[in-house]
Design a protein around this ligand. Structure first.
Ligand code: ADP
Ligand code: ZN
Ligand code: MG
Length: 497
């Protein structure tokens, strides 16, 4: 056993997810992304003296859906608390969060996870249980802009408070991950689950999901936790995975060289591909939490919770397994098709039209996904309705058009929004499946190639493909290939009359 193999990593994650409410957590200002800086502000989110917060009911509803989808228990009473620190983008000088009585606790989720090979391809998928310590509600801070871009003066800093006061949930996990890929797969799972219950857009680039990772290493078999390092602001899946791997190796190297780790906060430097120290424990924040005096305790009725729980949609993991079971799909196909709820709904709507499940999967995964990708569209924007895709597949199965032609028709359906039948009609693409129409065409092809016919009849059987090609050419690819085969065989073997 080499020295690297003696250690195991221990990772716990703190994920902030922005709830997709129309207005902020404690005021009526809009949460719209990309508006004119400071357009969406009022005395409450500007932190003006005397302004009072009022809790957004919809944010509580969304937090509850998230908590239930993540297997948490919602506390009947939770408390808001002030987390005090100074920063220019935090006008009140404190953030309203939750502390010792959070909204929900004791969550459990089952994730699918796999280590990856050198090319990032999953090895063996396995299920792993992850415990969630807590899920609480809090408000976001504003944004500081330091780069002088977009017409701002060089060297100056600006503050945009549009984001100040938008609702977040913070989801804290137990230190249950043992590798960077487990952490990666968990955040994917969170994102997908929050999207399924429709409470978070999950757009990493817009900051809808932000992740802080806590990492330590220890000797395998130990039940003690090592000194942890926190890596802040990991705003992409790739950064999360890379930063963790880097940090795990760094910590092992420190221990192996006889050094000691110190508790600190580090940042991921994406240009240099390494973590760098930001602050050590001595400079750790003391937030001086205390109960928020302007908000009453948040009381949640058990009947309300029970009703919400009953109304939860089928969640991604369950849906994936059902797709494997009910439709006979591979795990990979089921994973692809359940990536988002609208895509999974689309697939099931096609199957419901009587299309064989694997056929429907193939058309969606290869053909439709390709078209969507190249047009940078989501399935929800797709002009081809599931019934129309099903109709196209049926036309192919009935032999009205060839499979190859079908792909061209699909592309045109995608571009124009017209149904398959209409496109085929308008462009005269219908497959020729009428023997009375095909026979004269084949006869004239054979007449034009008398020498090849002679050679074929003398035993040069490989010429058959040549004849098929000539007939397809003569019919602009519209001849029904199976019928061409039949007729050709008959005519060539001289029993055509
Ligand atoms: P802090 O008091 O620094 O906020 P917490 O105990 O609240 O630390 O834990 C914060 C996060 O760090 C949680 O996700 C938790 O699972 C994780 N964590 C705690 N201790 C360790 C450790 N030794 N190694 C890795 N992760 C840890
Ligand atoms: Zn406001
Ligand atoms: Mg903590």
């Amino acid at each position: 056993m080499n020295n690297r193999e003696k250690y195991e990593a221990v990772i716990g994650l703190e994920v902030h997810a922005q709830l997709k409410t129309a207005s902020k957590l404690f005021c009526g200002c809009s949460t719209r992304f990309g508006d004119e800086p400071n357009a969406n502000t009022c005395p409450v989110c500007l932190g003006l003296p005397g302004a009072l917060p009022v809790l957004n009911r919809n944010a509580v509803l969304m937090a509850a859906k998230a908590a239930l989808a993540l297997g948490c228990q919602i506390n009947p009473v939770s408390l808001f608390a002030r987390k005090n620190y100074f920063y220019p983008d935090l006008p009140k000088g404190y953030q309203i969060s939750q502390y010792d009585r959070p909204f929900a606790e004791h969550g459990v989720v089952q994730i699918d996870t796999a280590e990856r090979d050198a090319h990032g391809r999953p090895l063996q998928w396995q299920q792993k249980t992850i415990r969630l310590t807590r899920l609480h509600l809090e408000e976001d801070a504003g944004k500081s802009i330091h780069d002088g871009s977009g017409g701002l003066s060089e060297g100056a800093s600006y503050v945009d408070l549009n984001r100040a006061g938008t609702p977040l949930i913070e989801i804290v996990s137990e230190p249950d991950f043992r590798s960077s890929w487990q952490a990666y797969d968990y955040v994917q799972y969170l994102r997908q689950t929050l999207q399924y219950v429709d409470v978070c857009d999950g757009n990493m680039e817009q900051g809808d999901l932000r992740c802080d990772a806590n990492v330590s290493v220890r000797l395998k078999g130990s039940d003690q936790l090592g000194t942890k390092v926190e890596i802040k602001n990991l705003n992409s899946f790739r950064f999360l995975q890379r930063a963790l791997d880097y940090e795990i190796e760094r910590q092992i190297a420190v221990l192996e060289s006889g050094g000691q780790l110190s508790q600190e906060t580090r940042l991921w430097n994406e240009r240099e591909n390494k973590t760098v120290s930001m602050r050590s424990k001595e400079y750790a924040h003391d937030y001086r939490y205390f109960p928020e005096p302007d908000l009453p305790p948040l009381v949640v009725h058990p009947e309300w919770v029970a009703r919400l729980k009953a109304e939860l949609p089928e969640l991604p993991g369950a849906r994936r397994r059902r797709f494997v079971r009910a439709y006979g799909l591979s795990f990979d196909d089921a994973t692809t098709l359940t990536a988002t709820r609208p895509l999974a709904d689309y697939y099931e709507a096609v199957v419901k039209q009587g299309i064989q499940p694997q056929t429907a999967a193939n058309w969606i995964i290869s053909e439709l996904t390709f078209l969507l990708k190249s047009a940078e569209q989501e399935i929800t924007q797709c002009r081809i309705k599931p019934e129309e895709l099903a109709a196209l597949i049926k036309l192919i199965e009935r032999g009205a058009i060839s499979g190859k032609m079908g792909k061209t028709v699909l592309q045109q359906m995608f571009n124009t929004g017209q149904p398959a039948e209409q496109i085929i009609e308008a462009q005269g693409l219908k497959q020729v499946s009428d023997p009375d129409r095909l026979q004269p065409i084949i006869e004239s092809v054979l007449a034009a190639h008398a020498r090849e016919v002679e050679a074929f009849r003398a035993g040069k059987e490989q010429l058959f493909g040549f004849f098929v090609g000539q007939v397809m050419k003569a019919t602009k690819g519209q001849a029904n290939p199976q019928l061409v085969n039949e007729l050709l065989r008959r005519l060539l073997h001289g029993d055509g009359e």
